[in-house]
Design a protein around this ligand. Structure first.
Ligand code: PLP
Length: 403
């Protein structure tokens, strides 16, 4: 697999264990940009000439590919620039009053936390942060007749937990059928098949760059009736029906939400990423990734100074956070970097969760099907080495002090 990813093919030493931050890109995705700009570059929707029609056709094909991949209707897929933009956009378009409450969880990435916190502040709605309780199983407990919005994650970018989103959504609906339910699928979509229809969330957001596509493209899925109902969040070209001096009317969904020139090249490249996944049997790739995760857990458990956060059952994807006795995550990341191993250390843009876990930082590895057991072995070896280095420094310092 590695050789299908030009960066990994070229830089043979790199052990890339940070796919939760962004995945590497297959050749097809990189080539899609050259192909688009060399052969089809024009502003979509705008011109009546062949090139512009080509660009419009490419956009339509991409929307088809992406909507099919997540089980949505084509009009239900809105192109944004990222998952973050999707949540912020929704926070602008959804109606909330001071008599309402908004529920999120302490497991959220800041991008699915802050837009709701700020919306609650603006509207004076109550902001409720559900306890994570390790598995998010009781979000519905926080929902009542005043709950306008529940926003929660499909997979934690810190621990890899994949809560049973379908069950949680059912429970929320049973408590309040009017509550708008938003799922953050940014991590989930790369590790599990996502079908928005069976899931039954009202809105789902994710970013292309965590699913082998380019940066700068995001997906906001919404149920068609809701997309028709809510107001646009961006105003400008391409999203109107008629503009008059005093008021205006909007284009049909999805154009209503896609004001301005959108990133057709990036969207085209993202569609190539999805084609790549399907061509290489996405389910088999996920299965392999899962085996790799089990291997990593097995090897990490052998290290007595390492504590794995979560992963006590199978409800976790291939994202593993650890803490190590007498080794700060940043020191480990720095020593890994010297060995060309890319890992992430810090609060992972999830400070409420860090507080709940009583930690300031973790070291995180996140796996993809382009990783191998050898990558994990090298990481495990480097943890041992890092502890020796750090303990050596500490010992040296205390000797110097004693002298
Ligand atoms: C769970 C989760 N949600 C949302 C985001 C935000 O994604 P982006 O920065 O691509 O908008 C991230 C990014 O790491 C994430 O891990």
């Amino acid at each position: 697999m590695r050789k299908k990813f030009p960066l990994l093919k070229k830089h043979k030493n790199i052990v890339y264990l940070d796919s939760a931050a962004t995945t590497q890109k297959p050749d097809e995705v990189i080539q899609a940009f050259t192909d688009y700009y060399e052969n089809n570059n024009a502003n979509s929707h705008r011109g009546l000439y062949k090139l512009s029609e080509n660009a419009t056709h490419i956009l339509r094909e991409a929307r088809q590919e992406i909507s099919f991949f997540i089980g949505a209707e084509q009009e239900e897929v809105i192109f944004t620039k990222s998952a973050t933009e999707g949540f912020n956009a929704l926070a602008q378009s959804l109606e909330v009053g001071r008599w309402n409450n908004i529920v999120v969880t302490e497991m959220e990435h800041h991008s699915n936390f802050l837009p709701w916190q700020q919306l609650a502040k603006k509207t004076k709605a109550e902001f409720i942060v559900a306890k994570s309780n390790n598995n998010l199983s009781d979000i519905a407990k926080y929902v009542n007749s005043k709950t306008a919005i529940v926003a929660f994650t499909g997979m934690s970018n810190v621990t890899g937990l994949q809560p049973n989103a379908k069950k949680i959504i059912k429970e929320i609906r049973a408590k309040n059928p009017k509550t708008i339910i938003i799922l953050d699928a940014t991590q989930l979509v790369a590790h599990k098949r996502l079908n928005v229809k069976t899931l039954d969330a009202d809105f789902v957001c994710f970013s292309a760059h965590k699913l082998y596509g380019p940066t700068g493209v995001g997906i906001l899925y919404g149920k068609l009736n809701l997309l028709k109902e809510i107001k646009p969040f961006l105003y400008g070209g391409n999203m109107i029906n008629q503009v008059k001096e005093k008021d205006s009317t909007w284009a049909e969904v999805p154009e209503k939400f896609e004001a301005g020139t959108i990133d057709t090249a990036g969207i085209h490249a993202f569609a190539q990423a999805i084609k790549f996944l399907e061509k290489n049997d996405f389910d088999a790739l996920l299965h392999f990734e899962d085996e790799l995760k089990d291997y990593a857990l097995k090897e990490l458990k052998k290290l007595e100074h390492v504590t794995i956060i979560g992963h006590e059952n199978k409800n976790y994807g291939a994202v593993i956070s650890i803490k190590i006795l007498d080794l700060h995550p940043h020191d480990l990341a720095e020593i890994c970097s010297r060995e060309d191993i890319c890992i992430r250390a810090g609060h992972h843009c999830a400070q409420p969760l860090m507080k709940a876990l009583n930690l300031v930082a973790t070291a995180r590895i996140s796996l993809s099907f382009y990783n191998t057991k050898k990558d994990i072995d090298k990481f495990v070896k480097t943890i041992k080495k890092a502890r020796k280095i750090i303990n050596g420094w500490t010992l040296q310092r205390s000797i110097t002090w004693t002298l």
